[in-house]
Design a protein around this ligand. Structure first.
Ligand SMILES: Nc1ncnc2c1ncn2[C@@H]1O[C@H](COP(=O)(O)OP(=O)(O)OP(=O)(O)O)[C@@H](O)[C@H]1O
Ligand SMILES: N[C@@H](CCO)C(=O)O
Length: 326
């Protein structure tokens, strides 16, 4: 469930009066997602998404996220465009929370990833990276390498309740990742999505019957970081089967479509295994944190951290970029 903040009909109508969006026709809370409260709105001007930002989003960072979405959308990336009110502002407040309205994107996210999804995904990711150029604000990755040791510390006391020996295994894995991590300046940087999981990518079938990307959503982990790290996040999220075996056909499709727009440098290719280990430990640690800190009975669905332990082990065995089909 992800409607933490209820919005009363009257409050919403008063809020909408700040925009040129016509009259409210209908609205409903969206159950999917865990971070923020989302509502689907229909007004006489069309369909929109209203997001109320909840406690895990720092309001001071919202101008970066909304500004990046606006920048990318203006360059043809199918991401939500923040809608401005009559006063020119996209970010306002509703029901005591920071709130914004964005355009609604059509399509559905793939419940089962097929190889045919991975090429359009790779192309969309490369297009996103290219379109991010020229967006001046910088947001460091709070969940990048410097954020991992404190997360592991926060999980130390209860981590082994999830699996015996887990904390020791993560201690060793994290030291090795930090030791092998690319030196500053070694790899190209830019604006990355940093959470481009299947549930954040919408597809529609094209005239040829093949899936095409129709929407990229949820930019609330976006940051300024290594471009190839974003690829590593996608390799983890899209290229493992439900039995957690790695599907190199999916990886090859993703990487070649990405490289059709931006060929990877030799250093990026060589760094792929450690970037994939880093991406795996990032999601493992945030999931483990949630697992060990969410009170029983909370309405949020916790995601399984151990799925990422299996991925981490796979990447630790990878001998080089050829493990990913390169
Ligand atoms: N611009 C949009 N167009 C269409 N649907 C959207 C849009 N933004 C969000 N949604 C819908 O709302 C759902 C939740 O959105 P989102 O994933 O951003 O939630 P969240 O709680 O912020 O994130 P998280 O995935 O991190 O839990 C999506 O699965 C999708 O159904
Ligand atoms: N995509 C994340 C959750 C939201 O950031 C995960 O699967 O752990």
């Amino acid at each position: 469930m992800a409607v933490y903040t209820e919005v009363a009909d009257e409050a919403l109508r008063a809020f909408l009066a700040e925009y040129e969006l016509g009259e409210l026709v209908a609205y409903r809370g969206i159950a999917e997602g865990v971070e923020n409260s989302n509502y689907a709105l229909r007004t006489t001007a069309g369909d929109f998404i209203l997001t109320l930002y909840e406690r895990r989003v720092d309001p001071r960072e919202l101008p970066y996220f909304l500004g990046l979405m606006e920048h990318l959308a203006a360059r043809g990336i199918p991401c939500p465009t923040p809608v401005k009110g009559r006063d020119g502002r996209a970010l306002r407040a509703l029901a005591g929370r920071p709130a914004a309205i964005c355009t609604f994107l059509p399509g559905v996210w793939p419940r089962r990833v097929r190889p045919e999804h991975c090429a359009p995904l790779g192309a969309a990711l490369a297009a996103l990276h290219a379109a991010g150029e020229g967006f001046e604000p910088v947001r460091e990755n709070a969940l990048g390498p410097r954020g991992w040791p404190p997360l592991l510390e926060a999980c130390r006391a209860r981590g082994d309740e999830v699996r015996e020996g887990l904390v020791a295994e993560l201690d060793a894995a994290l030291s090795a990742i930090l030791r092998d991590w690319p030196a500053p300046g070694a790899l190209p940087r830019g604006h990355i999505h940093a959470d481009l999981f299947p549930d954040n990518v919408f597809f529609l079938d094209g005239p040829d019957g093949k899936p095409r990307v129709s929407g990229l959503i949820d930019f609330y982990f976006a940051c300024t970081d290594l471009l190839a790290y974003d690829i590593a996040v996608c390799l983890n999220a899209w290229c493992f089967e439900t039995d957690l075996s790695f599907n190199v056909t999916k990886a090859r499709a993703l990487l070649s479509a990405y490289q059709a727009t931006r060929p990877l440098t030799a250093t990026e290719r060589a760094a792929l295994p450690v970037l994939c280990r880093g991406a795996a430990i990032r999601f493992l640690l945030t999931r483990l944190y949630d697992w060990t800190h969410t009170p029983p009975g909370a309405l949020v669905t916790r995601k399984d951290p151990l799925e990422y332990l299996r991925r981490l082990r796979f990447h630790a065995e990878a001998r080089g970029p050829s493990a990913y089909g390169l």
